[in-house]
Design a protein around this ligand. Structure first.
Ligand SMILES: Cc1cc2nc3c(=O)[nH]c(=O)nc-3n(C[C@H](O)[C@H](O)[C@H](O)COP(=O)(O)OP(=O)(O)OC[C@H]3O[C@@H](n4cnc5c(N)ncnc54)[C@H](O)[C@@H]3O)c2cc1C
Length: 387
């Protein structure tokens, strides 16, 4: 077994890291404080091909897998988490079109999504459909060759700067449970914005609530099979970006803490020389490595076509909690200055706090891990040769 990235993966990591450090990091505090959308950065990342990272080359993508998505997301999240979030959610929409759409839909949307000229956002959650998506109230009724949508979507990350919402709506009777949900690509200008929340973190990319009133879309805007969108969605692996974002923040918090505690002196010595500080830094490093290994394992299994439910949920829980814990520790070890906007660490803590909630709260993912453990108390054949 080799715990080593390929040369191409190292190159990708180095390229994204260089861009993140040279271009994004110097603006991060200012963008966050001004609550300014990182439009230029996202367009720039699109020009560099990252908006098509996991799309096939025939549609203008880079043809990479979930490992590469994990690697690049960590780098972006380490400097400004909402940039990684907007880009990964966009890639998730593109991936759904690529996997479940028709050839015509792929030809229509994917080339311009690969360059970020067309931007997608995810419209799954609603006011009464958070952890439990069976509570969806948005409906789509077929009328001839059209569908008429009514309802609302909530937490539409990057909606205010996007073109299409991948909108999940009920198209069948209640009793059919998860087989009554269909997805549509609805233009953002068909929605009415109802509320733009003021949030603790992720302040550069807003996640508003928006309503749909008798919005008509054509049959050509339906993505995937009627009634099966929620089931099909479970085959998408781009959700690995959530733990990857956790790894990014956890690592950034560690790096900043190492730098700060090495130069800050009290009692005639760097505070990093106190054993109490060293142990904390050691634990922070341990969290980063564990979070990264779990996330890369989930991504690697996804790329090899293996079942990932247990591995993904384990990575999600651990890496997002690692981000919160490391950001919190970083603030403590930066002392008073860490509590100000003079350094990045107060933003790390605010941004990290979202990650244990979004992408499904960690409690639900812990249930998933435990259920998988009870279902397969010993390694099954699928795991035999995996760690
Ligand atoms: C800033 C932001 C951006 C988001 N972006 C998007 C997006 O782009 N697209 C999208 O579709 N959604 C998005 N979401 C929605 C996000 O995925 C949901 O917020 C999340 O699924 C939780 O739903 P909820 O907020 O309704 O919490 P609820 O479902 O009401 O849960 C509240 C709390 O109850 C507890 N809980 C819930 N279920 C369980 C359980 N099974 N066991 C034990 N405890 C439990 C947890 O502590 C949970 O935090 C975003 C959310 C936020 C806040």
């Amino acid at each position: 077994m080799k715990f080593q990235l390929t040369e191409e993966q190292q190159r990708l990591r180095d390229e994204v890291r260089q861009y993140a450090q040279d271009v994004i990091e110097p603006q991060a505090i200012e963008l966050d404080q001004a609550e300014k959308h990182p439009t230029e950065i996202l367009n720039d990342l699109g020009d560099r091909g990252y908006a098509g990272l996991t799309l096939p080359e025939e549609y203008g993508g880079m043809g990479e897998g979930m490992l590469e998505l994990t690697i690049s997301t960590e780098e972006l999240s380490a400097v400004l988490m909402p940039v990684a979030s907007a880009l990964a959610l966009h890639l998730g929409v593109a991936e759904a079109i690529q996997r479940f759409g028709t050839e015509e839909q792929r030809d229509t949307y994917l080339p311009s999504m690969a360059t970020y000229d067309t931007v997608g956002v995810l419209g799954l959650s609603e006011e009464n459909a958070g952890s439990d998506k069976s509570g969806l109230e948005t409906t789509a009724e077929r009328e001839g060759d059209e569908w008429v949508l009514n309802g609302h979507k909530q937490w539409l990350t990057n909606f205010l700067h996007a073109d299409y919402v991948l909108t999940y709506a009920k198209t069948g009777p209640e009793q059919e449970s998860s087989h009554n949900i269909t997805a549509f690509l609805v233009p953002t200008d068909e929605f009415d914005v109802e509320q733009v929340w003021d949030t603790l973190g992720a302040r550069t990319v807003r996640s508003p609530k928006a309503t749909l009133s008798d919005v008509r879309v054509s049959e050509q805007q339906r993505i995937g099979a009627v009634g099966e969108a929620y089931v099909q969605r479970k085959n998408l692996q781009t959700g690995v970006n959530v733990p990857a974002r956790g790894v990014g923040i956890a690592r950034a918090a560690l790096d900043d803490t190492v730098a700060y505690t090495s130069q800050r002196e009290q009692f005639d010595q760097p505070i990093g020389d106190f054993q109490g500080v060293k142990w904390k830094v050691g634990e922070m490093a341990q969290r980063v490595d564990t979070a990264r290994l779990l996330t890369l394992r989930a991504a690697d299994r996804a790329d090899r076509g293996h079942e990932t439910t247990r591995e993904f949920s384990m990575a999600k829980v651990f890496a997002t909690q690692a981000a919160v814990d490391n950001a919190n520790e970083a603030m403590q070890l930066h002392g008073g200055i860490g509590y100000t906007t003079e350094t990045h660490v107060e933003r790390y803590l605010r941004d990290a706090r979202l990650l244990t909630i979004a992408g499904g709260p960690n409690e639900g993912h812990k249930d998933t891990v435990a259920e998988a453990v009870y279902d397969h108390p010993r390694w099954d054949s699928n795991h035999d040769r995996d760690i």
